[in-house]
Design a binder for this molecule. Structure first.
Ligand SMILES: [Zn+2]
Length: 370
């Protein structure tokens, strides 16, 4: 008899399993006197979501239900859309240039909006099931907030202290901006110069392979568009959530995939916030990771490049295929799973393998009525 059976799955207590009976216990004191909980999730809409992304989104809504019911407070979800992330790259004279998902065309709409359709379908369905409303916030909107721009200036002024924390190996700011004509950015800042004009504004100069020198100015008052890498984005978003929670009487919780748990939130995110003078850090939860047979995070780009998951059903890799393979009952089954995780810390604070998902999605009783 195979050892891979659902009645043979164990849940070790682990660290957090010893501490909390319910995930809501972590937030019980924090919601006192507050009006709502905002659950934040960010992703780059650069492909159809795969199983890992779908499960993170499901966890978000399931955690929302759990918190609303146990803490008796309204909950909403905010999707921070990473439309600034890389959609296309080219190398000219050895220098890497990139174009954002927002600036790459796919059949008359941007690549970001093309794949957002698939994300929105999932959000809409889960929002209906859980009665948790959601909204989408664009990166463009976030970078335009005066507080975010002010925080970026503060980060640049304190570069000597912040750079070793957020860029320990390369030791540089990953800050870029597109050429106004062709929209390509100097990805690694090869030609970039950063210069403070005065205490409250900084000028960035760069060079396009085709259109020559171009520049922007960043101050709290203006709107010149800048783009940043994940470490800076995560830091600015965290700072923004701390600030707006204070002003709006909300409690924000950032929910990310488990690959960002551990050292990142401690030694990168929190240390940088302390260095900037913040006295609190954002609430963060990390969804369980979905791992392949070797224990590596399930990665769609690996699948595309090397056919590493050719033994798995296509629906697990590409969510646009999921319902063909598993029907709407498969989606229901994932939702049941996410809710079980949200309601039991020993199921939430651990990871799951693709084999486990194969098992739960292929239970015969799921599909008998089809
Ligand atoms: Zn150009």
């Amino acid at each position: 008899m195979s050892i891979q059976r659902l009645d043979n799955v164990f849940y070790p207590l682990g660290g957090m399993g010893y501490l909390v009976k319910n995930i809501s216990d972590l937030f019980q004191e924090k919601v006192k006197g507050k009006g709502s909980i905002r659950l934040c999730f960010s992703a780059q809409p650069n492909s159809y979501p795969h199983l890992g992304t779908v499960m993170s989104i499901m966890v978000l809504f399931a955690i929302g239900e759990h918190l609303r019911e146990r803490l008796n407070i309204p909950v909403y979800m905010q999707f921070d859309k990473g439309e600034h992330c890389i959609g296309d790259k080219k190398i000219v004279d050895g220098v890497v240039y990139s174009k954002s998902l927002e600036d790459v065309d796919m059949g008359g709409i941007s690549k970001a909006d093309f794949y957002m359709k698939s994300f929105n379908q999932i959000f809409t369905r889960l929002s209906e099931w859980s009665s948790i409303p959601y909204k989408v916030k664009n990166y463009r909107e976030l970078q335009g907030e005066p507080f975010v721009r002010g925080t970026l200036l503060n980060i640049l002024r304190r570069g000597k202290y912040i750079i070793p924390i957020i860029s320990p190996s390369e030791r540089k700011f990953h800050l870029r901006f597109p050429c106004p004509i062709c929209k390509y950015s100097d990805k690694h800042g090869h030609y970039q110069e950063i210069e403070f004009r005065d205490f409250n504004s900084v000028q960035l100069v760069s060079n396009c392979f085709e259109h020559g020198k171009h520049s922007i100015v960043i101050s709290e008052e203006n709107e010149d568009f800048f783009d940043i890498n994940t470490a800076l984005y995560d830091l600015l978003l965290g700072a923004y959530l701390i600030e707006t929670d204070r002003e709006e009487k909300t409690v924000s919780i950032m929910i990310d995939g488990g690959d960002y748990a551990g050292v990142w939130p401690m030694l990168v995110h929190s240390e940088a916030l302390l260095e900037l003078g913040f006295h609190s850090i954002p609430n963060r939860l990390f969804a369980p990771l979905i791992l392949d047979w070797s224990g590596a995070k399930f990665s769609k780009s690996l699948y595309v490049k090397h056919g590493a998951y050719s033994y798995l059903p296509k629906g697990l890799l590409d969510f646009s295929q999921f319902e063909k393979d598993y029907g709407s009952k498969g989606f229901d089954r994932l939702w049941i799973e996410a809710r079980e995780w949200a309601n039991d810390p020993v199921k939430f604070f651990r990871n799951y393998s693709m084999d486990y998902f194969n098992l739960i999605l292929n239970q015969k009783e799921n599909y008998l009525e089809d």
